[in-house]
Design a binder for this molecule. Structure first.
Ligand SMILES: [Zn+2]
Length: 358
């Protein structure tokens, strides 16, 4: 019984072991097949998706990463425009200058308010004519009442002295044309004699023409009020022969400060001229060749806080950096909301102080 019973148990155990192994092998063979059939489509998709998306996403991610620096680079130029604004300032201010300067002037009025970095004291301006045309009063001074035109709230008069010169005048004219703005050229008679066609080009482009004496020689110009007027009249005749007009706007060589006194103002007024100094200087006469960046910086320091600007520059042949800086200067002024005007006798002059000593 025990032997038979034990044998039977052994047989059943062996049979069970065999059946189990067969069943297990069947399960093993079945699961791989089912897994393979299931996973092949599954794994093919996941494999493809991870490969391609990863490949694609990794490259986009890696390109997104460069795009992040790109964005950073885009945000970097934003501070750059504060110093040297180019693309953003072009479109808007051009519309400003041409169409509704006062509207944009209001906008830019808001902008300079939070940023008033006036490092240098403003150029003191003598209370010459006020905007209503009332003449100044000083002992011995007798000047006529004037009538000036209304102006945009913020206006700049670009002025170029001492030309024309073939090295600079055509370049300046091209820039003014490209930027869609006007300027005023205070021409010297000796240069008009040499380059009448350049004066004609200035005039035909619609630029303002002013009188800056015939010789620009202080020894001759400031001998007396009569000598000053003679210099102006001589230049005027030359200008008249070339373009047929007699400009009534005058800039004294070197400015009025230290040169003019009451007798000069009376003489100039009696001959119906108006004299214009400036309240912003590019500084291009402070050295033989001032770097263009310095010229722009000089202007950027002086502009804040001024609604009316007469800006001094030179059209003087050797002053090539002035021309180099001019596009940036114009763009800066556009960005600040200024309109660009031409000086005529309808424009209230800006004058240095101290000119009324007798
Ligand atoms: Zn000059």
């Amino acid at each position: 019984m025990n032997m038979k019973h034990g044998h039977r148990w052994c047989v059943t155990i062996v049979m069970l072991a065999l059946l189990t192994s067969i069943w297990l092998s069947g399960c093993r063979s079945a699961t791989p097949t089912t897994i393979s059939t299931v996973t092949t489509p599954e794994t093919s998709e996941p494999l493809q998706t991870p490969e391609l998306p990863n490949g694609k996403k990794e490259t986009p991610r890696s390109s997104e990463n460069p795009q992040v620096p790109d964005l950073n680079q885009e945000t970097e130029p934003i501070p750059e425009p504060e110093t040297a604004p180019e693309p953003e300032t072009e479109s808007l201010p051009e519309q400003n200058a041409e169409h509704t300067p006062s509207v944009y002037a209001d906008e830019s009025d808001n902008s300079p308010a939070p940023t008033p970095p006036i490092d240098r004291p403003q150029t003191p301006i003598h209370p010459y004519y006020d905007l209503s045309g009332t003449p100044p009063s000083a002992p011995g001074l007798a000047m006529r009442v004037r009538a000036f035109s209304a102006e945009p709230q913020k206006i700049v008069y670009l002025t170029f002295d001492d030309g024309p010169y073939p090295q600079t005048t055509p370049r300046i004219l091209k820039i003014l044309q490209d930027e869609g703005v006007k300027a005023t050229f205070f021409v010297v008679g000796k240069q008009v004699e040499r380059y009448p066609d350049l004066l004609k080009a200035e005039y035909e482009q619609g630029e303002g023409i002013g009188n800056h004496s015939y010789s620009h020689d202080n020894q001759l110009v400031y001998r007396s009020p009569e000598a000053f007027l003679a210099e102006i009249k001589k230049n005027e005749e030359l200008i008249f022969k070339v373009i047929g007009i007699r400009p009534k706007v005058v800039r004294a060589p070197g400015g009025t400060q230290g040169h003019f006194h009451v007798s000069y103002y009376n003489a100039v007024d009696a001959a119906d001229y108006l004299v214009y100094d400036w309240n912003v200087s590019s500084g291009d006469a402070e050295a033989s060749l001032v770097p263009a960046d310095t010229l722009l910086q000089n202007i950027q320091i002086q502009v804040p806080g001024k609604d009316r600007i007469v800006l001094l520059m030179h059209d003087a042949g050797a002053k090539v950096t002035t021309v180099d800086a001019l596009p940036q200067i114009i763009k800066y002024l556009k960005q600040k909301g200024y309109s660009f005007g031409v000086i005529t006798p309808k424009v209230a002059p800006i004058l240095f102080p101290g000119g009324f000593r007798s």
